[in-house]
Design a protein around this ligand. Structure first.
Ligand SMILES: [Zn+2]
Length: 244
């Protein structure tokens, strides 16, 4: 059997309607005449790379959180990423931080990603600035330039993010907290107020170093390479699984 951080199938994907419980790994293996295939969730695969060769390198326990169109995370333990019993571990974007708040496509209300994803900040800044084309990067630039409206939008996202991250710190006690994705490209415009917001919230929890992701857009590809690399060591086992 593959390690638990590897996926075997696509359970559900909003981007690919009809791909439900699709045994993609087995199908690809069969189509490739038994060549071993590794399959991973994009953010958790990126988190694997950040943990082994990126910003979390050397930490035996880390949490990677990507702030993109949505928000997802990867729980790193001893060089692997914890997938959970059903493949959903790390979905910090759907931790409810504002009960009864904005509805989320996942079916809940008030999920973190409705407030602190790059898409959420883009939408909030487009509304506040009156420019439908404005996005999260524009908001970050306006914050750095001292725009009070942008600062209010930004702080709302930072506060929601800190609330979600403190929940994660309380449960996981990571050694390093790695934050990446489009919104993290704002650098200290994000990290400085986020550190402050986290410091204001923690009581008994140990606040780990908060660091930006190091691998950027290549993290997912590098992580996929690492999954394949790992597969070489279990080649024989996986071959027999794929062909039976
Ligand atoms: Zn949700």
């Amino acid at each position: 059997m593959p390690p638990p951080s590897w996926a075997s199938s696509v359970r559900r994907s909003a981007r690919t309607p009809g791909w439900r419980d699709l045994p993609l790994r087995r199908l690809l293996g069969e189509r490739l005449d038994g060549v071993p295939v590794a399959l991973g969730h994009d953010v958790r695969t990126g988190g694997l790379a950040e943990g082994r060769i990126g910003a979390g390198r050397g930490a035996d326990r880390f949490l990677f959180v990507a702030l993109g169109t949505g928000i997802a995370g990867a729980i790193g333990i001893d060089g692997t990423v914890e997938a959970g019993a059903h493949g959903f571990a790390g979905e910090i974007g759907h931790v409810v931080v504002r009960p009864g708040g904005a509805p989320c496509p996942c079916g809940q209300r008030g999920c973190l990603e409705r407030f602190a994803s790059a898409a959420a900040v883009s939408a909030a800044w487009a509304r506040a600035s009156g420019n439908p084309e404005a996005d999260g990067a524009d908001c970050a630039r306006a914050v750095a330039a001292g725009d009070a409206r942008a600062a209010a939008v930004w702080q709302e996202a930072v506060d929601a993010l800190a609330d979600g991250l403190v929940t994660a710190l309380t449960l996981l006690d990571p050694g390093v907290l790695v934050v990446g994705g489009g919104l993290a490209e704002a650098g200290e415009t994000l990290f400085a107020p986020l550190r402050t917001a986290l410091e204001q919230r923690v009581t008994f929890q140990k606040l780990p170093p908060l660091v930006p992701a190091a691998l950027g857009d290549t993290a997912g590809c590098l992580g996929a390479g690492l999954l394949a690399w790992d597969l070489l060591e279990t080649d024989i086992t996986v071959r027999s699984e794929v062909t039976t």
